[in-house]
Design a protein around this ligand. Structure first.
Ligand code: DGJ
Length: 739
């Protein structure tokens, strides 16, 4: 890994053994991009990659020079105008009304390691040798504004991270209308754009479309990263598949409004812009102030989409997630939401917990409904204390003690960002919600969004949560967020600060998280947002796992978990076995298949365990044992998607330990068929020279190359629920050593 500056040519070469990224100081002192892709040897200059040509209608920067037009030059952080007519990465409105900027190279720093972003989540290093960073300082002398573009290259991953920072050095204020985290100009447009789209209960379905001239993109203006569009896109070649071909991934470490825009111009150049959505953003920057964009993580893979995903998995699992739970296996959870909703009492809760304990589960999570006047979704949010002693006679402290006394850990649900009108909080502070004065206040699920851009609001919620978490024995927190933000207006702010509120809200969420995780470092946090509406890298920085979706049906989950795995490590996905008929889709699936899907995540149960038959309980006990036996492998192994639920009746995947000595492969068959043909299941990621024994059966020993090239012969006789729909099979492979 290295970052080299060639002074004579004014070129920076950022590279490691996998990728190269080459930046040039252009003749007008702005920054151009010469190359981004598979690693190439370093040279003093790649000047020949700078393209310039006389073209009709083009505007040129210098007099008597008919080739230097920014419209045709690949740039690092362009702005609209001064010869470029495409969308830019930055727009600053100045005192005289002009939006034209000219950021010229001033200086740079190259250093080992990586800096953290202030107040924002970002990837990190544990030792300086893990990465090298470059900061390029650009300066617009007319308006006295500095722009710092930061780059980090990791040593052992095909990853480059980027962010931008604007500093106002002048006496005048400016208004930033747009500040993207990164712009990447690529020299051709032979790509397909892959992204993760969905809605509540069907989050992160994989979508893929060919790039075409003009604008294409995805976004969220919901105040969250959203279930509609995850803050991620990839550009892949048409023939790229899971294991072959080029793909560029762009993932934004942010939990609020975002935009991922791809523009193909009329000379087939591709411009990728990624960052905070400019339409809901306007940031007035006074003298001496700075604005920091979120970080974007760019992965280049020449080995297909799986290789890209594995880079994201490793980076996010080990250098984005923090705290004690980063490296700890996750407890097997039993959550009461799908069993009871808000209608429960202590006796009911204890009876589920007791059975959970008997079946080997380790942590009971009390979901929504324990606080204030919360018997339905019209009341209680904001009152994070027990008032209904009919439900919980000894409050949370008493319940937590009883669960701990069983030998189980206790977890609790919160929705800190919200308030119901029927609550002590709202009665005391009706002006603490986001709403436009004089206009109707829109609700969703009868709830309103607290103004987390205000410190007094954060302070109040922090104090309530701190009290509960400090008084009772609580080992886990599920932090939910069940509505989008509309009419984002803060009455505590002036007119010219309203454009900041969406972003400041997100910073408020991060701030509260940071305070709580610092104060309670032993608590495992799981983020949630009506299922997976805020499943993003920003959240993972604070909470190592996220509730993946409110759809807990195993067959629906195949798509959701498969799609989510494009970017996110499987251990970050909360995955529970629930009751049948399934609450969301009414489907009846075998209990084995439900577990076989949920194993590939942070595993647990979400049903009334007392309604299970004795036979089902026996199976559940075995499932819990199975997960415990293999959770280290599931958490730390390399995950390979093999066949896609978006493409056919079969879904399959495998997780292989780093040393390739063990693996778990799963094969799911959605609909049954008749008069079946023979099938082989070809595995991935094994050691070709090792012999593996399957499911501890000494008659089933095969070489790695055999399992990957020939495959396991599928014998449906061994499937759970053979002969019906929704069957599946799990194969545990272990290196076989001859006695
Ligand atoms: C939405 C979450 O996704 C569910 O798991 C549950 O916690 C409910 N909210 C509770 O209101």
């Amino acid at each position: 890994m290295a970052i080299i500056f060639h002074e004579d040519s004014g070129e920076f070469h950022i590279y490691n053994k996998e990728v190269s990224y080459i930046i040039k100081i252009l003749d007008n002192k702005q920054l151009g991009n010469l190359y981004y892709g598979k690693k190439v040897h370093d040279k003093k200059s790649f000047d020949y990659l700078l393209e310039g040509k006389l073209r009709p209608l083009a505007a040129y920067v210098f007099e008597e020079n008919y080739s230097f037009s920014l419209q045709y030059i690949k740039q690092e952080y362009p702005s609209y105008g001064t010869t470029d007519f495409r969308y830019g990465a930055i727009e600053i409105k100045q005192e005289n009304g002009s939006k034209i900027t000219n950021f010229e190279y001033k200086s740079h720093k190259i250093f080992k390691g990586k800096k953290q972003l202030e107040g924002l989540p970002s990837t990190y290093v544990e030792a300086d040798r893990e990465a090298e960073s470059l900061e390029i300082i650009l300066y617009d002398s007319l308006i006295d504004i500095e722009l710092i573009l930061s780059y980090t290259v990791y040593d052992d991953l095909p990853v480059i991270t980027r962010n931008a920072k604007v500093i106002n050095k002048s006496k005048n204020s400016i208004v930033i209308n747009k500040a993207m985290s990164a712009c990447v100009d690529l020299p051709d447009c032979n790509f397909e754009m892959v992204h993760l789209a969905g809605a509540w209960s069907r989050e992160r379905y994989i979508k893929c479309k060919r790039l075409d001239q003009g604008i294409q993109g995805i976004y969220s203006m919901t105040g969250t990263s959203s279930s509609e569009h995850n803050p991620f896109i990839a550009l892949k070649r048409q023939n790229t598949d899971e294991f072959n071909g080029e793909v560029y991934g762009f993932s934004l470490i942010y939990s609020g409004n975002h935009l991922e825009q791809v523009e193909v111009d009329n000379h087939d150049m591709t411009r990728v812009l990624i960052g905070i959505h400019p339409d809901t953003f306007e940031w007035k920057l006074h003298q001496g102030e700075a604005f920091q964009t979120p970080e974007v993580v760019m992965v280049y893979s020449d080995g297909g989409i799986n290789k890209m995903s594995q880079a994201y998995h490793k980076l996010y699992r080990t250098r984005l997630v923090r705290g004690k739970w980063r490296d700890r296996v996750r407890p097997v959870v039993i959550n009461n939401w799908e069993a009871t909703g808000m209608e429960f009492n202590e006796e009911k809760i204890l009876s589920i917990a007791r059975t959970g304990k008997q079946l080997g589960m380790e942590l009971f999570v009390l979901d929504d409904g324990w606080f204030g006047n919360r018997d339905n979704d019209k009341a209680g949010l904001g009152d994070w204390y027990v008032t209904n002693y009919n439900k919980l006679p000894e409050g949370i402290i008493g319940l937590a003690n009883k669960i701990e006394a069983m030998g189980m850990k206790f977890g609790l649900w919160f929705e800190p960002e919200m308030v119901n009108k029927d609550s002590d909080l709202y009665r005391a502070h009706p002006d603490w919600i986001l709403a436009t004065p004089g206009r109707r206040k829109s609700h969703c699920r009868n709830q309103y969004v607290l103004d987390f851009s205000r410190n007094e609001v954060l302070e109040y919620i922090f104090n309530l949560m701190e009290k509960v978490l400090g008084e009772a024995k609580i080992s886990y927190v599920k932090w939910d967020m069940n509505r989008y933000i509309t009419e984002c207006y803060s009455i505590a702010k002036n007119a010219d600060a309203q454009g900041k509120v969406f972003h400041q809200y997100v910073l408020g969420v991060y701030n509260l998280y940071e305070r709580l995780i610092s104060k309670f470092p032993d608590i495992l946090f799981e983020s949630c947002s009506s299922g997976g509406a805020r499943f993003d890298p920003g959240m993972l920085y604070y909470a190592p796992q996220t509730w993946t979706s409110d759809d807990s049906d195993a067959i629906e989950r195949l798509k959701i978990q498969y799609g989510t795995s494009l970017v996110y490590p499987i251990i970050s996905m909360g995955a529970h076995v629930s009751a049948v008929p399934n609450q969301q889709v009414g489907r009846i699936t075998p209990i084995e298949t439900r577990a076989n899907v949920a194993y590939f995540g942070a595993f647990g149960y979400e049903l009334d365990l007392n309604n299970l038959s004795d036979n089902e309980k026996k199976k559940v006990r075995k499932q819990v044992e199975y997960y415990k036996a293999h959770r280290q492998l599931i958490m730390n192994g390399r995950f390979y998607r093999i066949s896609s639920p978006f493409k056919g009746n079969i879904t399959s995947w495998i997780v292989v330990s780093e040393d390739k000595r063990e693996a778990i492969a799963a094969y799911y068959k959605v609909l049954n068929d008749t008069n079946k043909g023979y099938k082989r299941f070809r595995l991935k990621g094994l050691d070709i020279n090792k012999k593996y024994i399957i499911n501890d059966n000494e008659n089933e020993v095969y070489y790695g190359d055999e399992l990957m090239n020939v495959g396991i012969v599928i014998d449906e006789e061994n499937f759970c629920a053979k002969g019906v729909d929704f069957s599946s099979m799990i194969y545990y492979l272990k290196e076989f050593s001859e006695k």
